[in-house]
Design a protein around this ligand. Sequence first.
Ligand code: A2H
Length: 253
Amino acid sequence: EGAGPQEYTLIKMEVLEPFPEVLKQFQGKTLNFVAATLRPETMYGQTNCWVHPEIKYIAFETVKHGVFICTRRAARNMSYQGFTEKDGEYKIIAEIVGLDLLGVALKSPFTCYQKIYSLPMLTIKEDKGTGIVTSVPSDSPDDYAALVDLQKKAPFREKYGIQDYMVMPFKPVSILEIPEFGNLTAVFLYDKLKIQSQNDKDKLTQAKEMAYLKGFYDGVLLVGDYKGEKIQDVKKKLQQRLIDDNSAVIYYE
Ligand code: A2H
């Protein structure tokens, strides 16, 4: 880790009807799964949300953004960043294990899919970000590997009660082009490095390193208002657009 705080963009993924049993008490309210990302410029390519089935999440009330679902640790950090009424205080409305937050229909900004679903990812770390991750399988090797795991393995879906319609229709979307890697960078690297699953740690680290710098300096956006512009030039502009739309907020840890 670097010396200073890390800035993340928190993406608000709004829970849609029908609410699962554990979230029934929030029906009629604005309820958001919040995902921490370093790549706000890739939100056009979201296909689903990732939740860890064994991590404990909480629901707490924010001042300006309705109810948030994330780890307790993230809520505590947010309480020192103006998300709650009193500095350092947050009121836990519910405590829910990730398993009970799977298969939830969500609306997320910029993606071409009107409704996406929360699905299990077993490599999520409890002590980073919000413990919830938005999935962009076109450009994140981790996301692509985890999505392929679910699409290929019916027993994996069944184990977590994931229905086919939550997974099968969702294909990676071409949203940015990197010379040499093409317009589906994560798919290209997954195939090139012969990655087998989301647990293929070393190869996934390698794929992420290959994609990161090249994407930032040489990547070009293929969609939206900034189509044709370089990633390094649009990253901040798209982050600001998400914030102005009330779809995202900045968070540090
Ligand atoms: B990124 P860093 Cl397109 N556990 O967002 C595991 N991974 C987590 C996490 C957690 N608790 N919280 C956030 N992340 C993911 C987009 C993306 C990301 C793309 C490409 C690469 C990429 C879409 N998923 O990350 O350790 C989130 O996924 C490559 C590392 O703070 C977040 O950005 O560097 C990134 O990891 C934060 O990881």
